[in-house]
Design a protein around this ligand. Structure first.
Ligand SMILES: Nc1ncnc2c1ncn2[C@@H]1O[C@H](COP(=O)(O)OP(=O)(O)OP(=O)(O)O)[C@@H](O)[C@H]1O
Ligand SMILES: [Mg+2]
Length: 209
């Protein structure tokens, strides 16, 4: 299908997200656009590897019990993933409108990230714009383009540190709610103290380098 006839819903640094349909169902297509500054053959290989990795992590996270979009198709030639269009709003906009629900929503975030990490999956870009709150109140995690698996404590620590920075700058008025994420994370994550020690180490490293 030609992207020029589809409705674009987001454009990131690496590609675009379009609304479409797949076998009669509402779908979303995420496309990695070519980068003109790379040698074409190398560019195609990089883009197709990233698409493959993102689709694999979305599936692995789903198998680990996290709500992620169902993958309908992975096209390694066109470098695009066709997936279920998940109904709902981004956690970013939900928290902006309903800051009073921060404790509950942050609890969901912490529990789900712990599940990801218990399966040794690191997301790589844990922002509240990469999470949806579905109509039935579930947390759906999107955008595994920066993720990797299997990871160790360092990868998990980086995930949590980036989450903290992103959360505080995206939600300056409810900064305190970040601790609800960590409380829920520590309840669900095995050996959570190792990760939290690593987070502190990463912060100290940033401070002294
Ligand atoms: N499966 C989906 N269902 C509903 N909405 C989606 C879905 N996938 C993406 N979106 C919407 O599109 C936005 C952008 O998607 P995504 O975060 O995957 O791409 P991106 O940030 O542009 O990508 P990248 O960081 O890989 O360049 C999301 O914030 C969300 O609002
Ligand atoms: Mg994103």
């Amino acid at each position: 299908m030609d992207c020029s006839t589809m409705t674009e819903i987001a454009r990131g640094a690496e590609g675009s997200v379009y609304e479409s349909t797949y076998l009669g169902k509402d779908a979303v297509i995420k496309v990695r656009a070519p980068k003109g500054y790379r040698v074409p053959e190398l560019d195609r290989r990089i883009r197709s590897q990233r698409i493959r990795s993102e689709a694999r992590l979305i599936r692995e996270a789903r198998s680990a019990g996290i709500r992620t979009p169902m993958i309908y198709d992975v096209d390694l030639t066109e470098c695009r993933i066709t997936m279920e269009k998940v109904g709902g709003v981004t956690v970013k906009s939900h928290l902006d409108e309903h800051p009073e629900e921060a404790e509950h929503i942050c609890g969901l975030i912490g529990t789900n990230i712990a599940r990801l990490h218990n399966s040794r999956i690191c997301h790589g870009d844990l922002t509240t714009s990469n999470m949806l709150l579905t109509e039935d109140g579930q947390l759906c995690i999107l955008d595994f383009s920066m993720g990797s698996a299997p990871v160790g404590v360092e990868g998990m620590g980086v995930d949590i540190r980036l989450l903290e920075r992103g959360f505080n700058s995206a939600h300056p008025d409810i900064k305190d709610a970040y601790r609800f994420i960590i409380e829920a994370y520590c309840r669900e994550k095995t050996d959570s103290e190792q990760v939290m020690t690593k987070v502190q180490e990463i912060k100290d490293r940033g401070r002294y380098t």
